[in-house]
Design a protein around this ligand. Structure first.
Ligand SMILES: *Cc1c(COP(=O)(O)O)cnc(C)c1O
Length: 390
């Protein structure tokens, strides 16, 4: 074994097997790029993505062609996989979101988008004529996925908080009550972290006497925050949802985009197909699947535990409130939803947006108070906003 930047590397892969070497110019280019990334991460405040993680213990696995092809719960002819770790990750999320024991299924995805696509796919197989309802505050990827799946859909109005307009939902459901509704619920919208109330949606379905429906929750960010906040809204399987998508690289943090999708097993069994070539079930959207991201999620879960995440969420909430109060004191009309780590504010000046990588939509920007964003960094950001806006 030889050590390269602290990573244990099989000698064979460094010498005899590796066909080429980078030129000094190319190596210098990588060094400069690394420095640029390092600096830009220091002022990274506009996306719901944590930069606070350390997976160095896992770097040695990058030297192997690992692949979690196919179903995580089935044996596979391809042995270089991390399914045993993936299943532990899924178990952890299933327990966190009260999935019914032995009646759920899931896998580690490439991110929230894939999990949402999967939930919609299951819903369509169950209700081929179903209509999808989602609010205008829904993530941009969802309308593309609906076109991909050719699912009829109705976009509903959203309230200023980002939460769906329940009157609009009730009216639309009432008009189409002969068709099973597929409710795409936002558990934390991208821009304002608005949360659709699952209890209220179920109440409307009951009121309209709609017997058949499907509820998918897009909990990209909040699937890892709300379960750790006392008194936060519930959106788990016990409250009546059918599938759930969570991003792994958002609150937990990971250099590889990833996520988790969970669904009731009865609906997944409808789409499973056995494939002889890989000796496993083809239940996932993609064939080959990233086997490193399940290891990273496993590492995060095992090393931090529920108590670690609870503390991290509480700290983010405190700093989000700190940011709102200090922005308000400086005359900036910032606000946040209850239980939210998203601070919404009128769009700051362009240089501030660029420096801090702040996303803007309809004149509104947001600061994402993720685990890596310290009070000192928030102070610098607020100073920039205040100094350059007048
Ligand atoms: C980020 C996000 C997504 C997409 O998740 P990816 O992990 O980026 O694919 C979907 N929905 C919401 C609300 C999001 O914030």
């Amino acid at each position: 074994m030889r050590y390269l930047h602290g990573v244990e590397t099989p000698v064979a892969s460094m010498d005899s097997r590796m066909p080429g070497r980078l030129s000094p110019e190319d190596r210098a280019r990588l060094d400069a790029f690394f420095e640029d990334i390092r600096q830009q991460t220091a002022a990274f405040a506009g996306y719901p993505v944590s930069a606070d993680f350390d997976y160095r213990e896992l770097f040695r696995f990058l030297n192997y062609p690992l692949n979690n092809i196919g179903d995580p719960f089935n044996p596979c002819a391809y042995h270089l996989h991390t399914r045993q770790f993936e299943r532990e990750v899924l178990d952890w999320f299933a327990e966190l979101h009260h999935a019914p024991e032995d009646a759920w299924w899931g896998y580690v995805t490439n991110g929230g988008t894939e999990g949402n696509l999967y939930g919609l796919y299951l819903a369509r197989e169950l209700y081929p004529d179903g209509i999808v309802y989602f609010s205008q505050a829904t993530h941009y990827s969802v309308s593309k996925n609906l076109r991909l799946l050719r699912m009829p859909h109705i976009m509903l109005r959203a309230q200023p908080s980002g939460e769906v307009d329940y009157n609009d939902l009730r009216e639309s459901l009432n008009i189409h009550r002969d068709v099973p509704p597929i409710l795409f619920a936002n558990i934390g919208t991208t821009m304002r972290e608005g949360i659709d109330d699952i209890g209220r949606i179920l109440g409307i379905l009951r009121e309209l006497a709609i017997p058949e429906y499907y509820i998918h929750c897009d909990a990209a960010l909040c699937g890892m925050t709300l379960p750790f906040i006392d008194g936060a809204p519930r959106f788990d399987f016990a409250s009546g949802i059918h599938s759930l998508s969570i991003s792994g690289h958002k609150f937990i943090g990971s250099p590889l985009p990833c996520g988790v999708v969970l669904a009731l097993k009865v609906h997944v069994d409808r789409i499973a197909r056995s494939v002889e070539y890989v000796g496993t079930l083809d239940t996932t959207v993609t064939g080959s699947r990233n086997a490193i991201s399940p290891l990273m999620l496993w590492h995060a879960i095992r090393s931090r535990g529920r108590s670690g995440f609870r503390a991290a969420v509480a700290a983010c909430l405190q700093r989000a409130q700190y940011a709102v109060e200090h922005l308000n004191a400086a005359g900036v009309a910032a606000w946040r939803n209850p239980h939210a780590i998203t601070v919404v504010l009128p769009s700051p000046a362009k240089p501030v947006l660029d420096k801090w990588q702040l996303a803007v939509q309809d004149g509104i920007a947001h600061i994402m108070v993720m685990p890596h964003l310290t009070r000192e960094t928030i102070d610098q950001l607020i100073a920039d906003i205040v100094n350059r806006s007048s």
